[in-house]
Design a protein around this ligand. Sequence first.
Ligand SMILES: C[S@@+](CC[C@H](N)C(=O)[O-])C[C@H]1O[C@@H](n2cnc3c(N)ncnc32)[C@H](O)[C@@H]1O
Length: 296
Amino acid sequence: MLLLPHHDRGKTGDAMSITLPEFTPTQESLFLTLGSRALDSRLPRPFLGDRMADDIITTIGYDLGKFPTLNTKALDQRSKVFDVAVRAKRIDEMVRRFLSRQPDAVVLDLGAGLDGRIFRVNPPATVTWYDVDFPEVVALRRRVLPGSANAHAIGADLTDPDWLHNVPSDRPAIIVADGVVQFLELKDFVSLLNRLTNHFPNGELAINAYTTYITWVLKHTRAMAAIADGVANPGFNDPRHVERWVNGLTLLDEIFLTRAPEVAELPLIGRVASRVAARSATASRIMRTMVLRYRF
Ligand SMILES: C[S@@+](CC[C@H](N)C(=O)[O-])C[C@H]1O[C@@H](n2cnc3c(N)ncnc32)[C@H](O)[C@@H]1O
């Protein structure tokens, strides 16, 4: 394992680095979310506080300058990381709540990238956890993240139906997709969800998603150029649409990050804008990512 202990980071600086394979824009996007969590962890009062994310970025020696949104001086640090850090926190809470009711469950983290969610959630040993991502990403994951007795990494394309055969089908499941939906074509997203809901006896789905307008912006702003080519999903404006596309799926929660208590920690402009948008579901969905929980 190459992960540096947090207290050694200052001594080693960024000197250590790993030569990365040629990632596609979709795969490269994992560094945007990982980098956001790393920057969050450096805040005096982080939203999420995932220091492992920072250790991984430092170990790899990844240049976050590829993502102008993380590098710009025009935004303060808290505004840069708010969406990624707070949505991860909400999704972690959803997973913890589910596991407290179903301690024998399976967790599937779809498109897990280099996220160490399992270490944040710290599930009981009775849980079996699967992190799924492309084989190239999983190979890197194995190098830079510590192992865990009840965790498995599956290197596969999520659109390939075969990988699911290796996952037990007789236990409830909590399925996470954090920062992933926008990279799946709508037809692939829908068939993946239908396969998953048919595979398990019951469970929950915890995802974030974007509206069609925000998806268009993601694809067309220069700030997102490094990953724009990977964006394949047109987005959706109403989370209830997913109920119609996937058999047996019911929306349980839509969390508006504009109403998150963490908004109080944003600088004045972000706070005011969030509070104004918070009055309307449509404005909330446009301003910040949707965080959604469904049951099946
Ligand atoms: C924005 S990153 C998010 C990573 C992680 N969930 C996080 O929060 O840091 C999107 C991830 O989804 C993965 N992904 C997208 N489409 C995929 C597919 N068809 N099969 C496997 N992984 C996929 C990418 O490789 C990438 O790691």
